[in-house]
Design a protein around this ligand. Structure first.
Ligand code: CA
Length: 249
């Protein structure tokens, strides 16, 4: 008998103190078939997340008791919650620079006022990436797909990256970016292409987001992030992962 995994509803935790926004999100997300819980303060949101381990968290920055940045940091530092996708809500674009600048590891963000339709579409895309699906066959280590370039090994199925033999912790977005760049090694990918393929929807986010994520990725995989040898910047165009033959063995 086959289990129909698509029928298990994903659970979403909304942490937001503005009642109107909570009601709007709950209404639209439940209509999509998700199970939705909400908390109106940072502390209750954090507690709820740790107890219930939702599949995804929508987190506002401005919250009573403990702000969303602190909540995000705590979630990311706890092994139980560190891989739960987080979408940050913010009233001001400037706050987002702080969010990204602090490398809190949020997976996505939206600036208020946002389009609920777009938010729901992004949530759907984030949750889809979570579902590994049912494997079609047993994969053994021998036939497991792996991308090896220089001293970076990327295992698409395991969602794991080894850099110089060490496990490298990447966020979902960083992993997707690296995967795409490595799979296209030697080719220039424009910022627009990267946005579309990694973020996965028609977006109004400016392409600077790509630059920010590339910067974090370089810090994690390059030996000297100031002089990257893997991820090259092609000025005015985009990025390119170096060809295998140009990397030292
Ligand atoms: Ca708020």
């Amino acid at each position: 008998m086959k289990l129909d995994h698509t029928r298990i509803p994903h659970s979403i935790l909304v942490v937001e103190d503005e009642e109107d926004i909570v009601n709007l999100l709950v209404f639209h997300l439940e209509r999509e078939g998700y199970r939705v819980q909400s908390c109106s303060s940072g502390t209750s949101g954090l507690q709820h997340a740790l107890e219930d381990l939702p599949d995804l968290i929508i987190l506002d920055i401005m919250l009573p008791e403990m702000d969303g940045l602190q909540v995000c940091r705590r979630l990311r530092s706890n092994p139980k919650t560190q891989t739960i996708p987080i979408m940050i809500l913010s009233a001001r674009r400037e706050e987002l620079d702080k969010v990204l600048g602090l490398e809190l590891g949020a997976d996505d963000y939206m600036v208020k006022p946002f389009s609920v339709r777009e938010l729901v579409a992004r949530v759907r895309a984030m949750l889809r990436r979570l579902d590994p699906g049912i494997p079609s066959k047993e994969t053994t280590r021998d036939d497991e797909a792996v991308l090896v370039l220089g001293d970076i090994c990327l295992y698409p199925e395991r969602h794991q990256v080894l850099v110089r033999g060490e496990v490298c912790e990447l966020t979902h977005k960083e992993f997707a970016l690296l995967n795409l760049l490595m799979a296209n090694a030697g080719k220039v990918l424009t910022r627009d292409v990267l946005l579309q393929r990694v973020w996965g929807y028609e977006t109004e986010i400016d392409t600077r987001t790509v630059d920010v994520h590339i910067r974090y990725l370089r810090r994690k995989v390059e030996e000297d992030p100031a002089h990257p040898c893997y991820i090259e910047t092609i000025r005015g165009v985009g990025y390119r992962f170096a060809r295998a033959e140009s990397l030292k063995p």
